[in-house]
Design a protein around this ligand. Structure first.
Ligand code: ADP
Ligand code: MG
Length: 236
């Protein structure tokens, strides 16, 4: 993978109202993310972070607004055609499949020849430094190792955008710091545009090129970490 294929991502007044809800879960969020940039979505529980990721990935059809990747709206595309890789909060590895088969899954689903699937999956496992555990099942791996496999699986299909939903939530503090560095390294290596959700301010400020502060579904501030730290737009 090279950085020459990175895509920019624009959110244009994206709004989501769940049925029966009094307020919008995501409220007219407009955001322009440069190709190859890592943006952290920072905000408290319930502020709409996961909903926004699910809209970008295509699992939730937004009430209004547009999602544009590389200059093209993707709102009409089903999830599997959006070329968006997602690592969910709980990794969601298939428990009965080895690390290798988990990583190969997306390629298999696309009908790639088996030899090609396996070669690509091994390359991805090498990138996340998990090649030596390719035959392990998820239950035979630590949280950090499962996390790496989930990342390799998301990247195996060469997505244009990588979405990470609180990727370190289940890890203890020391492992978390290691994984923060590791994910940043891999994101740079892959040269991929990335949105990472977190409610941890330190994590957002240390990892992201820019931080988007979300509160009650609204974008409150979007800036480089230094500015967010020195000049928070709101008390929150
Ligand atoms: P976060 O990831 O920031 O914790 P979410 O996007 O999960 O926030 O949730 C934002 C708001 O939308 C919350 O009030 C939540 O209860 C509501 N919500 C999330 N998913 C659904 C759903 N499928 N149906 C109805 N309401 C939902
Ligand atoms: Mg969430």
């Amino acid at each position: 993978m090279t950085s020459s294929t990175a895509f920019d991502l624009k959110l244009d007044a994206v709004t989501q109202r769940y049925k029966g809800a009094a307020t919008a879960a995501v409220d007219a969020v407009t955001l322009e993310i440069a190709a190859g940039e890592l943006v952290a979505l920072l905000g408290p529980s319930g502020c709409g972070k996961t909903t926004l990721l699910r809209i970008i990935a295509g699992f939730v059809q937004q009430t209004s607004g547009r999602v544009v990747v590389g200059g093209r709206p993707i709102d009409e595309l089903p999830p599997h055609r959006r070329e968006v890789g997602v690592v969910f909060q709980n990794y969601a590895l298939f428990p009965h499949m080895t690390a290798l088969d988990n990583v190969a899954y997306g390629l298999a689903a696309r009908g790639a020849p088996r030899a090609q699937q396996q070669a690509k999956a091994r390359e991805m496992l090498e990138m996340v430094q998990m090649a030596h555990l390719a035959e392990r099942l998820p239950r035979e791996m630590s949280g950090g190792q499962q996390q790496r496999v989930a990342l390799a699986r998301a990247l195996a299909v060469d997505p244009r955008i990588l979405l990470l939903d609180e990727p370190f939530g289940a890890l203890d503090k020391s492992l978390r710091l290691d994984m923060q560095i590791e994910v940043k390294r891999i994101q740079r290596l892959a040269g991929i545009t990335c949105i990472m959700v977190t409610h941890d301010q330190e994590e957002a400020l240390s990892m992201a090129d820019r931080v988007a502060v979300i509160n009650q579904g609204r974008l409150e501030q979007f800036d480089v970490p230094n500015e967010i730290y020195d000049r928070p737009a709101t008390l929150f």
